[in-house]
Design a protein around this ligand. Structure first.
Ligand SMILES: NC(=O)c1ccc[n+]([C@@H]2O[C@H](COP(=O)([O-])OP(=O)(O)OC[C@H]3O[C@@H](n4cnc5c(N)ncnc54)[C@H](O)[C@@H]3O)[C@@H](O)[C@H]2O)c1
Length: 111
């Protein structure tokens, strides 16, 4: 992966991508996998996560976890480390909500 003058060696690395079953994180998972990394897709959506790693094939694993539960995360980091050492963490799980944060009269919370 060569961008912005950097040369990052992805081949053979183990990556842990939270939220990896959808959106930006899915795109990241696919790119890392295409570049030769083993990818652990971490998501609370079991059905989508399993479908994603089935599509990727070898060097991909899914673990169901809720990143707001510390035990889920530490348990699955251990599982990733067992794949050969954890090299890359992309922590992107989350939900997008659109709302006003500021308006003409100041912070939206003050309205
Ligand atoms: N898409 C945007 O325009 C945008 C803009 C700003 C910030 N973001 C942030 O980027 C991240 C990804 O956005 P996206 O649009 O790709 O989202 P998305 O909804 O397509 O994917 C999010 C994934 O995270 C998973 N997820 C959510 N909460 C989780 C939890 N607690 N534990 C485990 N998995 C969880 C979901 O199941 C889903 O697969 C989010 O954190 C979002 O807040 C997105």
């Amino acid at each position: 992966m060569q961008q912005y003058g950097m040369n990052m060696e992805i081949l053979g690395k183990v990556a842990f991508v939270t939220g990896g079953a959808s959106g930006l994180e899915l795109a990241t998972s696919r790119l890392l996998h295409t570049e030769g990394a083993s990818v652990v897709v971490v998501d609370r959506d079991r059905d989508r996560g399993k479908a994603v790693v089935a599509e990727m094939g070898e060097r991909a694993a899914f673990v169901q976890a809720d990143v707001t539960a510390e035990g889920d995360v530490t348990r699955n980091l251990d599982a990733a480390a067992e794949l050969g050492g954890l090299d890359i963490v992309v922590n992107c799980a989350g939900a997008v909500t659109a709302s006003w944060v500021v308006g003409k009269k100041g912070p939206a919370s003050a309205r």
